[in-house]
Design a protein around this ligand. Structure first.
Ligand SMILES: [Zn+2]
Length: 373
């Protein structure tokens, strides 16, 4: 999905554009609204508007270099900070969790706190932003920038900054270096330290209307009319609706295609894999990319089963698959390689590589890494 998946936020986008035309871009801004509202999506779109080289009729082009870098969350001068479960035995900086965060953002910019907790497999542990992350921000801003373009610190949930972490950032937020912007997204403004709030401009984002949620569901899911109306009744914004539909809304056909692929990979059925790659390559790039991302979740889930991690999953199973039988066939040590190959293939697909060749290549590599040797 594009970054400007901000259905129903036209009015907010107009307000943001006004800031630009008045050259009143604040150096620190808090986008605030309920968990699951368009705040995160709008904050991203705001960055895109600041970077896009061909804004037309108030819209980012989605095509220029910075737009493409943002779409793949690879803009080099963008530091991500978000809460995570910090213990003495786990890493203490966001960079360690960045791949999971980006994976979630790619699925939806309506990421909710619940969904984030779930994707971290952190059980009931409290998520925070510890002081080490503030040091990481300070370090990141001390490095030479990659271009003359603006540099950003994107901080999701400043309410989770512990006091030391917040205090360390005060001076930077008050007087960031030239062309550097702090973009904060809060879902609980009352819990953001006053000292942080007072240094930022506020941008309030309302929940979505029922019509907006409906429009989003109609475009992005294949739910029946009854299912759609059930979800609309239960949700006050798109993020909540998105969580209620259980998971990424890919079609049943895609699920079946993924299961078929896994079976062929396990059997190391080369003829089957060639045919599968040919057939799958006929789908849209977005649909293929979606399936590759789902496969990544499948592998993550096998890891949590392999390592007996208890997850607080609020979602049903990712796809119809017998995970108990499937998991022992994956060697956890191979997961980093599997991930990096999937990630690479996904990027190739999104960058106009030949899908048939990319998928076949990937299948051949993966069949070596999974199943019996
Ligand atoms: Zn652009």
């Amino acid at each position: 999905m594009e970054i400007n998946q901000t259905i129903g936020s036209t009015h907010q986008i107009e307000l943001l554009l006004k800031q630009f035309s008045n050259s009143k871009t604040p150096h620190a801004q808090i986008f605030t609204g309920n968990d699951g509202c368009a705040a995160l999506a709008l904050a991203f779109y705001y960055i895109q508007l600041m970077l896009c080289e061909n804004i037309k009729d108030g819209k980012a082009c989605n095509n220029c270099i910075p737009c493409n870098q943002l779409k793949s969350f690879n803009y080099p001068d963008l530091h991500f900070t978000f809460p995570f479960s910090s213990t003495k035995t786990t890493p203490q900086e966001c960079s360690e969790f960045r791949p999971v965060f980006v994976q979630e953002l790619k699925k939806s910019l309506y990421l909710t706190h619940t969904r984030w907790v779930d994707s971290l497999n952190s059980g009931n542990k409290k998520l925070t932003i510890p002081v080490n992350e503030s040091n990481a921000i300070i370090h990141s801003l001390s490095l030479t920038r990659h271009s003359e373009k603006p540099r950003f610190v994107f901080l999701w949930q400043p309410e989770k900054l512990n006091t030391n972490a917040a205090n360390k950032l005060l001076k930077l937020i008050e007087e960031p270096s030239d062309n550097t912007y702090f973009i904060l997204v809060s879902h609980s403004l009352k819990n953001v330290l006053e000292t942080i709030q007072s240094r930022c401009t506020l941008f309030k984002v309302p929940d979505n209307s029922k019509d907006e949620i409906k429009a989003f569901l109609q475009v992005n899911t294949k739910l029946t009319v009854k299912e759609t109306s059930n979800i609309i009744q239960q949700s006050k914004n798109i993020g909540e609706a998105y969580d209620l539909i259980d998971r990424d809304p890919i079609s049943e056909e895609n699920d079946k295609n993924i299961v078929l692929w896994l079976r062929l990979l396990f059997k190391k059925d080369l003829i089957g894999l060639v045919k599968w790659s040919e057939e799958t390559a006929k789908q849209s790039r977005e649909s293929i990319s979606h399936q590759l991302e789902t496969i990544m979740q499948v592998f993550n889930k096998t890891l949590s089963i392999n390592t007996q991690t208890k997850t607080s999953s609020t979602y049903a199973s990712i796809i119809e698959l017998d995970f108990e039988r499937f998991s022992p066939l994956i060697n956890p040590l191979k997961l980093p390689q599997i991930h990096s190959n999937l990630e690479k293939a996904n990027q190739h697909i999104l960058r106009n590589a030949n899908p048939k060749i990319t998928l076949l290549n990937l299948s051949l590599i993966l069949s070596k890494h999974i199943g019996k040797a």
